[in-house]
Design a protein around this ligand. Sequence first.
Ligand code: 2P0
Length: 361
Amino acid sequence: MYENPRLLLDSSNPPEPGQIVWRSPSNLAIIKYWGKHGVQLPRNPSLSFTLSASCTDTALAYEFREDADNRIDLTFLFHGEENDAFKAKTLAYLESLLPQFPFLKQLKLKIQTGNSFPHSAGIASSASAMSALALCLCSLEDALFGTLPDPEGFDRKASWLARLGSGSACRSIFPHAAVWGVTSSVPGSSDEYAVPAGELMHPTFKDFHDDILIVSTREKSVSSRAGHALMEGNPYAEPRYIQAKTRLEQLLGALRRGDLEEFGKIAEDEALTLHALMMCSNPSYMLLEPGTVALIQKIRAWRADTKHPVYFSLDAGPNIHLLYPGDIVAEVRGWIEEDLKEHCVDGWFIQDWVGEGPEEM
Ligand code: 2P0
């Protein structure tokens, strides 16, 4: 949708070398995207909270190449070191973008990137990494051609580009919350890019915490890519897509009203549905660990005892996302220390919260 063969540099007037740096956060889907078709198009709409502490910093340095040919000239460093696997993935992504960014072959590019959390954390970094890179590319286009002056158009293109790298990444572009996928409940929503949803939420949810309890740091047995693909043969796929649409409408109502109980019911149900879909895929697989189940039971029991609005969610992995409003942070942190940390690897949990979205550094 953004093809532009005219985005080429004039070799008689080459640009000065420069560098662009973006910090972009991860996000947690409350309504899950699980199942895709075509080029990273979702089978159902999803809604996520934008996080803050779990993020990727990416620096993109560029200089004009006198000897331009058809290949992309890329140096790639992850946490200051060469990483062949990440470089190959990034190069394939950039090559796929040449119809939209033909000028990339005219530049010598250097990408230096790193996450705020250890790569071994078992936390998906594709959302923060691909959104940070997409934002760098949009800033590069604007620096070289002045074609993205309007912030709304800039964010939309960045979200569209991020989606091509990793579906969930398109939602990380916006503060507080984002909706990706067509739904009649959100005017302007699209399967091609996410739209901001923070303004649709009661202030309570802008002050929400998401503490990530690290149950395992082992690499997942089945990647998200493979998991999405398995939805194609899943007997529950069609009812699931219908359910996700209905739940999104219900969730938007709860977010608007500030209805914590309804929010929590939907969030937990979505997390368990995601993992149930994995368990009844063919072949079946399971990403939950004993510690995940122990924590879910403790969260439900503590909620019943204290009446505090604490809820869990899960990504495509065993780690628990503990969701709760800012006014009970002290009680919850005390409880984590006392009762939940024993299920975490080395007692490790990441304190995260609903954040303001990416920033250019
Ligand atoms: C989501 N997840 O909505 C869902 C729910 C994880 C749990 O999308 O193949 O890395 O790159 O589009 O976005 C994780 O998968 O998959 C994911 P691709 P992605 O966040």
